[in-house]
Write a new protein. Structure first.
Length: 364
């Protein structure tokens, strides 16, 4: 009898594996960055988690930028089914809908003090995820979005000489992100120039720009900005929160089983935490290398930068809210959340910051 039961169970397992193999789906996913970027490292980690949770029925083929379509066409390609999925920062699509910025990169913490961790609280428990799902309907896109990777806070940037005030800052031609964060720099008198990450170092070397921001110590190290500029400022407001997301074609999403969709969602939630943990250590190692091996000097951002940028950011947010009802709805949700959560969280973060700076001071 035991042999019969073992035979039946073995046959059932083989049948299940055969069915799983026969129904296995490989989703082609194009990113907007190169294959070696940290974001791709964590995207592949997410993909492997999905594969593990689905018993191999879902796999991903990760394609670097430009493999099928250009960066700007990525969302269109997913929507139309040319790609099964795409990977980018959602503020890339602010030209289609201004509210995309509030999910991908809410300028100056949405003007209400939301940092990268508080943003996740709003997204997961303050109604943000439901509004994020609504965003794609507002954009008339047949897409399921999964938020995967919180990146911020991003550094203010790199400068040829130290800056001690906004007057010093305004002397530079400064590479900034596109959209509202970059426009806000123009609003406070900075000569803001938007360009892609791969164009920054050549532009610095050619003198087209003489200051720049991109991201954080690890990506900035990889791009090699230290070869031209040595003065580095960590504290900035333009992209305190930055999120990289996965976009799945709606037909593909609906064609998945309930279990496969749940596996994707569970893996996405895990990626939010794992990506943040990964970046803290990677950025720490990179900052140490920059300051000990490449002659980079770390500075505090001038005090008059913060009120100037925050005031201009709020004015821009208010303008967009007045012009677009869904933008106003999302921003109001963030403000309502911030009124409750930020007083507690900012106080707690002050303790965390002082704790960390006390240790950092012993290393000098």
């Amino acid at each position: 009898m035991k042999k019969i039961i073992s035979f039946i169970l073995g046959t059932a397992l083989l049948t299940a594996l055969s069915v799983s193999s026969a129904n296995a789906k490989t989703l082609k996913c194009q990113t907007v960055i190169n294959a070696k970027a940290d974001e791709v490292v964590m995207l592949k980690d997410f993909g492997q988690t999905v594969t593990d949770l689905t018993g191999g029925s879902i796999k991903f083929e990760i394609l670097p930028k430009g493999t099928v379509v250009g960066v700007k066409e990525t969302l269109d390609a997913v929507d139309k089914g040319l790609l099964d999925c795409g990977f980018a920062w959602t503020h890339y699509w602010s030209g289609e809908h201004p509210a995309a910025m509030l999910f991908g990169s809410p300028v100056a913490g949405a003007g209400v003090g939301i940092d990268n961790i508080a943003f996740l609280s709003w997204f997961q428990y303050g109604g943000g995820k439901q509004l994020y799902d609504q965003l794609w309907k507002e954009m008339k896109r047949d897409i399921k979005g999964l938020m995967l990777q919180p990146v911020g806070p991003e550094a203010l940037g790199w400068f040829k000489e130290p800056i001690n005030s906004m007057d010093d800052f305004r002397k530079y031609r400064f590479r900034t992100p596109p959209g509202i964060p970059g426009q806000t720099y123009k609003d406070i008198g900075v000569a803001s120039v938007a360009m892609g990450g791969g164009d920054i170092l050549p532009a610095l070397e050619a003198g087209t720009i003489d200051a720049a921001e991109w991201c954080c110590p690890k990506p900035d190290l990889v791009f090699g900005f230290y070869k031209v500029l040595k003065n580095y400022y960590l504290q900035g407001l333009h992209q305190v929160v930055v999120n990289a997301d996965l976009y799945i074609n709606g037909k593909v999403w609906r064609g998945l089983t309930d279990h496969e969709r749940k596996a994707m969602e569970v893996a996405a939630d895990a990626s939010l935490s794992k990506s943040m943990s990964y970046r803290i250590y990677e950025n720490g190692k990179a900052l140490h290398e920059l300051t000990t091996k490449h002659g980079v000097i770390l500075h505090d951002t001038p005090a008059d930068y913060f009120p100037a940028y925050m005031a201009a950011a709020k004015a821009s947010l208010e303008k967009n809210a007045a012009e677009n009802a869904f933008f106003a709805k999302v921003w109001q949700s963030q403000k309502d959340f911030a009124d409750i959560a930020v007083p507690f969280w900012s106080g707690a973060q002050m303790s965390n910051a002082k704790l960390g700076m006390a240790h950092a001071a012993t290393l000098k």
